[in-house]
Design a protein around this ligand. Sequence first.
Ligand SMILES: *Cc1c(COP(=O)(O)O)cnc(C)c1O
Length: 394
Amino acid sequence: MRTDPLSFLNTELDSLKQQGLFRKLRVLEGEAAAHATFDHKSVVNLSSNNYLGLTTHPKLKQAALDAVSKYGVGSGSVRTISGTLEMHMELERRLAAFKHVEAVVVFQSGFAANAGTVAAVLTKEDVVISDELNHASIIDGCRLSRAGIKVFPHKDVDAARKILKELPATQRKLLITDGVFSMEGDLGPLPELCSLAEEYGAIMMVDDAHASGVFGSNGSGTVDHFRCHGRVDIQVGTLSKAVGVLGGYVAGSRTLIDFLYHRARPFLFSTSHPPAVTAACLAALDVLETEPQWIEKLWDNTRFFKAGLERLGFNTGLSESPITPVIVGEAATAAKMSDTLFEHGVFAQSIGFPTVARDKARLRTIVAATHTREDLQYALDMFGKVGRELGVIQ
Ligand SMILES: *Cc1c(COP(=O)(O)O)cnc(C)c1O
């Protein structure tokens, strides 16, 4: 018998265990909803990106079922060979109108959209100027492009300016920020960064994964929220979070999208969405446009829950969105608090390094439009009880 050549991975795993960073996957039974069953336990679910409850919306479910009946379950190919359905084109047209841009390309995920786009647009001669808390898919795109990477401290516009100022005027530059930061819940300083991009001739890119369906009119994103139309060259959105399904998209000029059709590697080399996914996304756009009550309810719930956490004395950072972190510090404390809350029927996943800084471990909470006041009050009561027991609050 040969010895397992992967046994060195155990060393890594043991180290994760020692640091309290080894996590077991929670297994969902039934629907991904505001009240859900994980590991046989019924809990108030504060760990889902399903902001508007669309994962279980009857119109989306029906659209997916109809698409399966009519078109089957798979697309059979990548977009550039034989896997482009009329529905894919319709979704891209609908999203372009929704985002007030010339054109949109849909990818299999937001991750593929970010990584594929940055890697396609830049070369090793170019430079990316990136917020330190930008999403991993942006960082991977930068690495794949082999462009130089200059990181500026979180939301520090002056630091970004300093970096831009020192770069040669002739060098191609991409200035990039998340619209909503996924672990902090705060917003990128879009108007200021757009001005910088204009001043220094940089390409301006915004990753709006957590803003899609949440910020701007009908959930069209932070560019709309900040009235920055026409100032952002590349917008990335996701169909996997508030939209409730799966996918990512890039919104911009016709030229950009035609280029990505020819050069974005996930578009060229990975199979397109099955009909059910695309049909459900189209139905989600209908819901965003005709049922504004979900977004209103989401913000109502957000204000209620955030105020409750703050009243209890938790450190909720600088959140400006339905993502409210409860920052506790040590990874082991965050894990313990999350597990204890779970036993009490509240699911708020703990998040540690490398997703957040080592001393900023947290529980990340996301309320949904579909939580009831009773759900949220119960969760607050349990946060108070467990937080006091663990000495996180007084
Ligand atoms: C979730 C997320 C993505 C990836 O989107 P998926 O559709 O889940 O692949 C990209 N960027 C940010 C900021 C995200 O939070």
